[in-house]
Design a protein around this ligand. Structure first.
Ligand code: FEO
Length: 393
């Protein structure tokens, strides 16, 4: 794939990975993107996962012959896994990266930090390829501390490291954003799963990007973004400010014998009947928790429904709330449904877990189920549905 004058795609698709980063299911596979920038000298932008070293080196040789530089923007092994292979294959090449990245290389590569083959760059430094000048932008914690991004002013291309990435192999989802008809869905799950904790740092990078004239964004994952960049930048702005992107209610639940589930289904039915713009129901024991986390950040309201368990809450709900809190969850309206046959504690425990989160509004109504729904708890569901729906009228 040719991206712009003298910029070629040399990344790989992974259809074998079971859990990306040991954590995320990727039904459409995963892409580890890499690019060649050809001036009088040639630079390769990042390597790929170690399972694809030979395939990648073959593509690099075909596109670049014997490249002069490997730019390492990010040291996570999905990108640094073939650095050693590159440096062995091209013994004259130099490696360009941040000081922090070279420290990480020593940790990853048994002490090898390329002391005599390195070019250390910091904010604002440039690398002149002759015909292309690459300038470097530090992007700490987006999403590791050593990360740099790279801007090619000649072609108005931003190489954005992990930012603007998406789950999915390019032979499934398309090579450019013009072919990808559902970028936001898997980009959002990726963002909130992987980068979501670092909203402040993403905001800092977006401010730097605002000073650049960008026509193309080359992320290390997902398609090359080639048009309507305001859409992608706008979503990253919303996400990193922890603003809700969509109006609607997420109901995240666990249910041991189906009674809590019945209350959730009744609430969902009532919310839909009352015209709530979107109602998303997720079973935390059976559905992808990363998808539930994505929805909880996307929508403005979340109802947590779970069972009292060991005088606390059911394990999948605990994991879900922990996943939100550790990602700086904030700016939401919340409600609780609890079930407890003899000593309901779940609502109190859930509220306690969320109490440090900023700018939360708690509904006046909640639902307490003593084993199974009855007239009293059905009335509580109705009252909660009415309160939730009123906000959208
Ligand atoms: Fe794609 Fe943070 O690695």
């Amino acid at each position: 794939m040719k991206i712009a004058n003298d910029i070629l795609y040399v990344g790989v698709n992974d259809h074998d990975v079971d859990l990306f980063e040991g954590h995320y299911i990727v039904p459409e596979g995963m892409a580890y993107n890499s690019y060649v920038v050809k001036g009088e000298k040639t630079a390769v932008m990042d390597s790929v996962d170690s399972h694809f070293t030979d395939e990648w080196l073959g593509k690099v040789k075909e596109a670049a012959g014997s490249p002069d530089y490997l730019v390492v923007q990010h040291m996570e092994p999905d990108h640094s896994g073939s650095v050693m292979g590159f440096m062995e294959a091209f013994p004259e090449a130099k490696i360009v990266s941040s000081q922090k990245a070279f420290t990480m290389m020593a940790n990853f590569f048994e002490g090898e930090d390329f002391a005599d083959r390195r070019v250390v760059v910091k904010e604002g430094d440039t690398l002149d390829l002759g015909g292309h000048s690459l300038s470097f932008i530090t992007a700490p914690m987006v999403h590791w501390p050593e990360v740099i991004m790279t801007y090619d002013a000649q072609n108005k291309v931003l190489f954005s490291a992990d930012a603007f990435g998406r789950f999915g192999a390019l032979d499934e989802i398309g090579e450019t954003s013009e072919e990808d008809d559902d970028w936001a869905c898997e980009a959002r799950r990726y963002y909130f799963g992987i980068v979501g904790k670092y909203g402040l740092q993403v905001q800092a990078v977006l401010k730097k990007a605002a000073n650049l004239d960008i026509e193309t964004i080359c992320s290390l994952h997902g398609p090359v973004l080639v048009s309507d960049l305001g859409y992608y930048l706008g979503l990253y702005d919303t996400w990193s400010k922890y603003e809700s992107e969509s109006k609607g209610v997420v109901i995240a639940y666990t249910s041991v014998y189906g009674n809590t589930k019945k209350a959730v289904e009744l609430l969902a039915e009532k919310l839909e009947a009352k015209g709530v713009p979107a109602v998303e129901v997720t079973d935390l024991a059976r559905d992808d928790i990363a998808e539930a986390v994505e929805d909880a950040f996307r929508y403005d309201t979340v109802v947590f429904a779970t069972t009292t368990f060991n005088n606390g809450i059911f394990p999948f709900m605990r994991e879900f709330i922990d996943s939100l809190v550790e990602r700086n969850y904030q700016n939401k309206r919340l409600a609780f449904i609890e079930n407890g046959s003899w000593a309901p504690q779940a609502a109190k425990v859930m509220k306690g877990m969320l109490e440090g989160c900023k700018n939360m509004t708690y509904c006046e109504n909640g639902v307490k189920i003593m084993s199974a729904l009855n007239d009293d708890s059905r009335a509580q569901v109705e009252a909660l549905a009415e309160e939730l729906a009123a906000a959208y009228k």
